[in-house]
Design a protein around this ligand. Structure first.
Ligand code: SF4
Length: 297
């Protein structure tokens, strides 16, 4: 049985003899604990992490209807039964006192920060009136519908279709969409990054170690820690992934492509590339080599 409140949690966290129950709770659990004591046995409920678009399977410990701890679902082998730090702190978002759980209507000037809570009925009424006004004055295409990608997006996009707008987008439109289109153009198909078997990883600002995409993060960790892979990071910010790199280059923001082309320039000029691979798999290499001639380091 776990009996905790904010006061005992803080006391316990500072004491050297903290119990296992205390040690297993993350600081974010504080948000879930009210002044009254939590009593009773916890239940572990299988669920999905919604903290990013990877949606890792999780196991959420619930005591008296409150989620106090999140860990990976051990049955989800391909995710390693683990969550990242962001996923483990999911309950902090759930119980954050500043979380918006009611529709808000701006009542001051734009930027003034003045809002009033309204009912869901009033919110839907307002949205419908404004959507129909825009449709009448500018046509349905004037409205773009944007959703977090995932299981809910289809509901919003069905509404977009019914409304008459083809303009829909999600996180996937810019993030995975970008590399999927690039991969199709270059390789003719999708690419899967095999980080766990890589010996040398060149990373342009893909900050896996700050909490996203568990399977790739674990793969990169395993490659670095168990197999001695070398990690080189090009990024303006000294991020967590930069901190874990063998080499970090603080390039100026927006110069990633120039750096990549300069790398290609050196590989070709200094004859460091795999000629057999290029001969077998690459089309248009001579034109590419001529193009990158100008991109000196
Ligand atoms: S990568 Fe982290 S934040 Fe994203 S779904 Fe998995 S556990 Fe949640």
């Amino acid at each position: 049985m776990i009996e905790l409140n904010r006061r005992t949690f803080l006391k316990g966290a500072g004491a050297s003899g903290a119990t296992c129950a205390l040690a297993s709770l993350l600081p974010g659990s504080l948000a879930a604990l009210e002044n009254k004591q939590l009593k009773g046995m916890g239940k572990d409920i299988a669920s999905i992490c919604e903290m990013c678009s990877t949606r890792c399977p999780i196991s959420a410990r619930v005591i008296e209807g409150k989620n106090v701890f999140i860990t990976g679902n051990k049955a989800a082998k391909s995710f390693g039964g683990k969550v990242c730090a962001r996923g483990g702190a999911g309950h902090s978002l759930l119980y954050d006192p500043q979380r918006i759980v009611q529709p808000l209507k701006r009542v001051g000037e734009r930027g003034e920060g003045k809002w009033a809570e309204i009912s869901w009925d009033e919110a839907y009424q307002l949205i419908a009136e404004n959507l129909n006004k825009i449709k009448k004055e500018h046509g349905p295409e004037a409205v773009a519908f944007s959703s977090k990608s995932g299981s809910q997006e289809k509901h919003l996009f069905h509404l977009a279709t019914a409304f008459g707008s083809p303009n829909t987008f999600t996180h996937a439109s810019t993030c995975p969409g970008g590399y999927e289109i690039a991969a199709k153009a270059i390789f003719g198909t999708k690419v899967k990054r095999d980080l766990s078997n890589s010996k040398y990883i060149i990373n342009f600002g893909h900050n896996l170690y700050e909490g996203i995409n568990m399977s790739e993060t674990r793969g990169m960790m395993a490659a670095q820690m168990d197999k001695g892979a070398k990690l080189v990071v090009f990024e303006p910010r000294f991020s967590v992934v930069a901190d874990k790199a063998d080499e970090w280059y603080a390039i100026r923001p927006g110069t990633d492509v120039a750096v990549a082309l300069a790398l290609c320039h050196v590989l070709i000029e200094d004859n460091l590339y795999d000629k057999a691979f290029v001969a077998r798999y690459v089309e248009g290499f001579d034109a590419f080599a001529a193009e990158v001639k100008a991109y000196t380091p």
